[in-house]
Design a protein around this ligand. Structure first.
Ligand code: FAD
Length: 304
């Protein structure tokens, strides 16, 4: 009950446009620096290098929310391009994650597609891969449609499937053979479209992971849930699915010891490293997922 209240409270805060705007001026506050790798490309490249040295590969995400004008969408696109160039120049082991709303999806679909083309051209030139994060259900179908269109020209792009959606397993059948990140799902969705209980979501999560792996498709299992991770390791060993067909992913600043242990066992362990001034919505969603993370925020409140 308290957990549900705190989840809804932080999800509500994550959507507050006034606080989102204000936070851009504050710099990293409330303990966000523990889960966000600075505000510049330089700072995130340093973090990635440090993680690479520990045997972890990365994906970086330039944080951005509520992009409602063309200029901001073009600016975000340019940061994605500059980030890909910086990855190539520094030689770090890292790809790029992004959100279509950052590139103007809510303003003009074609603008967003054009921006994706610009980014994917640079990704292709620098031999890199771009993962489109999955946002709320309102953007779900359009994201899959845009992915379809982009994959006609590029093979270096993929997206994410959320296990809380009833339609996940059915839609996965149309994505056979494609590289996908599989997650439980981070947004508040209605009972019309999504499972609500942890038991149902966990059950569907394991089911879709196994389905995608058995289809022979590259699968990124993005979860901090050690039970899910152990289950996947056992399943892959039993079915002789090679370690090159899947990877684990976790967020920067979460379960660091477990990340290093998984990498030391010979699995690909990718850390999702967010950076940028727009940290507020991302940070609030992390607090919503795990109320224990509030201790980050409380410590941050009392530290300089
Ligand atoms: P949870 O259900 O949150 O936790 C399960 C159990 O794991 C807990 O009960 C606890 O025992 C343990 N645990 C979890 N966290 C910790 C911790 N910090 N310390 C100790 N134990 C812990 N969502 C989207 O909707 N779209 C996306 O594109 C997307 N991309 C993501 C990318 C990455 C790399 C990751 C890791 C997540 C992403 N998510 C995304 C978020 C995801 O959907 C979940 O909301 C989030 O990962 C929480 O679920 P979980 O699987 O980590 O486990």
């Amino acid at each position: 009950m308290v957990e549900k209240f705190s989840k809804n409270f932080f999800l509500y805060l994550s959507k507050n446009k006034v606080l989102n705007k204000g936070a851009k001026k504050w710099g990293l506050k409330l303990g966000a620096a523990q889960v966000v790798a600075g505000v510049s490309i330089d700072s995130v490249m340093k973090t990635v290098k440090h993680l690479n040295d520990k045997g972890l590969v990365c994906t970086v995400d330039h944080l951005g929310e509520f992009v409602l004008n063309k200029e901001e969408a073009v600016e975000s696109t340019q940061v994605c391009i500059d980030t890909l160039e910086a990855i190539s120049a520094t030689g770090v082991n890292c790809n790029l994650s992004l959100k279509l709303t950052q590139l103007g999806l809510d303003i003009d679909r074609q603008l967003c597609i054009d921006n994706m083309h610009r980014i994917l051209e640079v990704a292709k030139k620098t031999n890199n891969f771009v993962r489109i994060d999955m946002e709320d259900y309102a953007h779900y179908h359009v994201t899959l449609e845009i992915l379809d269109e982009l994959q006609k020209k590029y093979d270096n792009v993929g997206t994410v499937m959320q296990a809380y959606l009833y339609c996940a397993s059915k839609d996965l059948e149309n994505l056979k053979g494609r590289s996908l990140r599989l997650v439980k799902g981070a947004y508040k969705e209605s009972t019309d479209v999504s499972f609500q209980s942890k038991e149902e979501i966990d059950k569907n999560y394991l089911a879709i992971i196994k389905q995608h792996l058995l289809n022979g498709s590259y699968t990124a299992i993005a979860s901090h849930d050690h039970e899910i991770i152990e289950n996947v390791k056992r399943f892959c060993a039993e079915k002789q699915i090679p370690k090159t067909q899947f990877e684990f992913q976790m967020l920067y600043g979460f379960r660091t010891e477990l990340q290093e242990k998984i990498a030391a066992e010979g699995y690909t362990m990718r850390v999702y490293v967010p950076f940028g001034k727009d940290w507020y919505g991302y940070f609030m969603r992390r607090l919503a997922e795990r109320p224990q993370n509030v201790s980050f925020a409380l410590k941050g409140l009392f530290s300089k």
